[in-house]
Design a protein around this ligand. Structure first.
Ligand SMILES: N[C@@H](CCC(=O)N[C@@H](CS)C(=O)NCC(=O)O)C(=O)O
Length: 225
């Protein structure tokens, strides 16, 4: 694929579109990035005066969103991850509809989206939420973390032996789990998984890159998840 044929990922550093960057890198899929400031919903790199509004591209102003080389616009992180993994030429990464692990891939992507991302991070990082409300939401974490801990007791990654698009989503969750003040200590398998995932060279590189980008853009991650 030539550069002009690569997909464009609308990306706000450290947000869930980082999971899409993890996925693309681990899948060996080239993408181009259009950085965003999610706080003021502007595209970065177009000059302050003329910064185009991201709301003209996505009316909800949310990431993850991707424009394919054919011009198709795809939103919803789990679906963006599905699309990216479908592009992969790495047979140990890609799980298409005829793959025995396909439904497990859908299962864990949706678990990450609905049980972790939207259920917990949405409120814990919501600036207007009061501390008691945030504490109540954090109480939802232990059964979900215990479920994951149990699942990972006999496999290194969510689908088995190799890192998948679902692991890209879960790894992003763990990038921010400390900031969300979630206590992982009781979950040994999960702590090991987190360490394993965050130690992957591509993942480390992308986190460092996003931290630099976040500082350069001046975006406050805490209020934009
Ligand atoms: N339904 C979307 C929601 C994703 C989402 O909540 N993204 C956050 C960043 S992690 C966001 O864009 N927040 C800004 C906003 O909602 O205004 C999905 O599943 O991808």
């Amino acid at each position: 694929m030539s550069e002009s044929q690569t997909a464009l990922l609308y990306h706000a550093p450290l947000t869930c579109s980082l999971a899409a960057r993890f996925c693309a890198a681990e899948a060996g899929v080239d993408i181009q990035l259009q950085p965003l400031n999610l706080l003021n919903k502007t595209l970065v790199g177009h000059g302050v005066e003329s910064a185009p509004s991201y709301l003209d591209i996505h009316p909800l102003g949310q990431v993850s969103a991707l424009r394919t080389a054919n011009g198709e616009f795809i939103t919803e992180t789990a679906v963006v991850l599905m699309w990216l993994q479908h592009q992969s030429r790495q047979t140990d990464f890609k799980r298409d509809v005829d793959h025995t692990e396909y439904f497990q891939l859908l299962r864990w992507l949706n678990f990450c989206a609905t049980e972790l991302h939207k259920q917990i991070f949405r409120i814990v990082f919501y600036q207007e939420a009061t501390d008691p409300v945030k504490a109540k939401i954090r109480d939802l974490a232990p059964p979900r973390l215990a479920l994951l801990d149990q699942h990972l007791s006999d496999r290194p990654f969510l689908l088995g032996d190799t890192f998948s698009a679902a692991d890209a989503y879960l790894t992003w969750f763990f990038v921010l789990s400390d900031r969300a003040q979630l206590n992982l200590e009781p979950y040994q398998q999960l702590c090991d998984y987190r360490q394993r995932a965050l130690a992957r060279p591509l993942i480390q590189q992308l986190i460092a890159d996003d931290l630099t980008m976040d500082a350069a853009i001046g975006q406050n991650i805490q209020s934009s998840l």
